[in-house]
Design a protein around this ligand. Structure first.
Ligand SMILES: NC(=O)c1ccc[n+]([C@@H]2O[C@H](COP(=O)([O-])OP(=O)(O)OC[C@H]3O[C@@H](n4cnc5c(N)ncnc54)[C@H](O)[C@@H]3O)[C@@H](O)[C@H]2O)c1
Length: 239
């Protein structure tokens, strides 16, 4: 069975992705800062869980040493600290850069040798609609997701000759463990009204596109960003 590595697999989009890739026939290595949630996802999907902080390059390399093969890498772990540029403190700004940008680099360095050894494979990086349609008050987050899209294209160029594809997904408004509070009460309906498809997304909406990008149907797709957002980044929704 091929192996997929999913970071941030303990909850939210990462857990839904682990569930979907397991249904696709992957053995899923579930990595999360929270080792207990990684283990819980792994148990649910018949995979293997690891406590792993993607910002810690040595920790990522140590986990990779315990995973014999890798055919797909899903860099899903991400954080946000919403504040204005002028209020941004150095610790929060650095933390968002460390997880969202450098975490992807450290994971690529750890797992690309295994993708190469497998004769090729797929890397999927989680960007955000916020990289495309900017809003005030999101702090460092949109800049890090723009960086994710840039890194994705560089990976596609550098790794394509090894048969490794790299693509990014930009989720829109998705109700996950980390964002659920934004959709409580009337807030959910209000947000849904601004989406062309008139609903907010579920983690499975993202996981299904990760599945496509990890599978053979996307064999000639590389260096792309796919926004999975009900049409949100297309522009203003019709009233
Ligand atoms: N939910 C959305 O609406 C939305 C929209 C756009 C983009 N995204 C992106 O999708 C990804 C997943 O988002 P989510 O909503 O599922 O988030 P979430 O907060 O529900 O889950 C994120 C998971 O990542 C883990 N994590 C955090 N820091 C880590 C680290 N240093 N090392 C390893 N694991 C770490 C957390 O423990 C958690 O289990 C993120 O990259 C996020 O930026 C989400």
């Amino acid at each position: 069975m091929p192996t997929a590595v999913v970071t941030g697999a303990g909850r939210g989009l990462g857990r839904a992705t682990a569930e979907r890739l397991a249904r696709d026939g992957f053995t899923v290595a579930c990595l999360d800062l929270d080792g207990a949630s990684a283990a819980a996802t792994a148990e649910a999907v018949g995979g293997v869980g690891f406590a792993c902080d993607v910002t810690d390059r040595d920790s990522v390399l140590a986990v990779a040493a315990q995973i014999p093969e890798c055919h797909a890498l899903v860099n899903n772990a991400g954080i946000w600290r919403f504040e204005s540029i002028l209020d941004m403190g150095p610790e929060a700004a650095q933390a968002v850069i460390d997880v969202n940008v450098l975490g992807i680099v450290w994971c690529a360095q750890a797992f690309v040798p295994k993708l190469r050894a497998a004769g090729g494979g797929s890397i999927v990086n989680l960007s955000s609609g916020a990289a495309h349609t900017h809003s005030p008050g999101l702090g460092m987050y949109p800049a890090t997701k723009t960086a994710v899209e840039s890194l994705t294209k560089t990976m596609a160029l550098e790794l394509g000759p090894d048969g490794i594809r790299a693509n990014a997904i930009g989720p829109g408004l998705i109700v996950s463990d980390g964002t659920a509070a934004n959709y409580e009460g009337e807030k959910g309906a209000k947000r849904a009204a601004g989406v062309p498809l008139r609903r907010v997304g579920a983690p499975a909406d993202i996981a299904d596109v990760v599945s496509f990008l990890c599978g053979d149907d996307s064999r000639y797709v590389s260096g792309q960003v796919i926004y999975v957002d009900g049409g949100l980044t297309a522009g203003a929704a019709a009233r």
